[in-house]
Design a protein around this ligand. Structure first.
Ligand SMILES: Nc1ncnc2c1ncn2[C@@H]1O[C@H](COP(=O)(O)OP(=O)(O)OP(=O)(O)O)[C@@H](O)[C@H]1O
Ligand SMILES: [Mg+2]
Length: 158
């Protein structure tokens, strides 16, 4: 599959929240998103930005590390999972994780690299690298150009 890429430099928490809002607006109602980045990179914060765009109170979006998965219903539904505590794809299948991808929702998976072989082909990915205490580079890869174009134009305009 051909992917298009958009790179965004975030210099603050509010930049990353802004990226999340633009991304949530651009995504279709059903999508699978792998979130990559080291501990504290900003994966959960980005999901809080997405929530606020979808009329979900961002304060109720908390790290799903211990519960594995949370669901939030807004203008689009978010399934927010963190598979850090799972061992591998077998664990993921055992909890029925693959069914999340069938639901009418945007499914976001933190530490998705742990379950690589369960991820759908038409996957979006967001990789966050820590450049300094407050700066991050966010790399979005999308299976369709419309989404990267929409995110890019929203962020340029804001
Ligand atoms: N530009 C920035 N973008 C995102 N987060 C930032 C930025 N600058 C500082 N931070 C801080 O980095 C932390 C990101 O935490 P967050 O819980 O979102 O990370 P995470 O990637 O989900 O980590 P984990 O793998 O532990 O779940 C927050 O404390 C946030 O305030
Ligand atoms: Mg997190």
């Amino acid at each position: 599959m051909q992917y298009s890429t958009y790179i965004f430099d975030s210099y603050s928490v509010s930049d990353t929240l802004r990226f999340g809002r633009a991304f949530a607006d651009a995504l279709p109602e059903q999508a699978a998103v792998a979130l990559h980045g080291t501990l504290g990179a900003g994966k959960t914060l980005l999901v809080q930005g997405m929530a606020s765009e979808l009329d979900i109170d961002p304060q109720i979006v908390t790290s799903p590390t211990f519960v594995i998965c949370n669901e939030y219903i807004g203008r689009k539904t978010l399934i927010h999972a963190d598979v850090y505590r799972l061992n591998d794809s077998d664990d993921f299948l055992a909890i029925g994780g693959d069914e999340w991808f069938q639901s009418h929702a945007i499914t976001l998976i933190e530490w998705a690299e742990k379950i690589d072989d369960c991820l759908p082909l038409n996957l979006y990915s967001v990789s966050i690298s820590q450049c300094s205490e407050s700066a991050r580079q966010i790399v979005l890869k999308s299976p369709c150009e419309e989404v990267t174009d929409a995110v890019s134009s929203t962020l340029k305009a804001s």
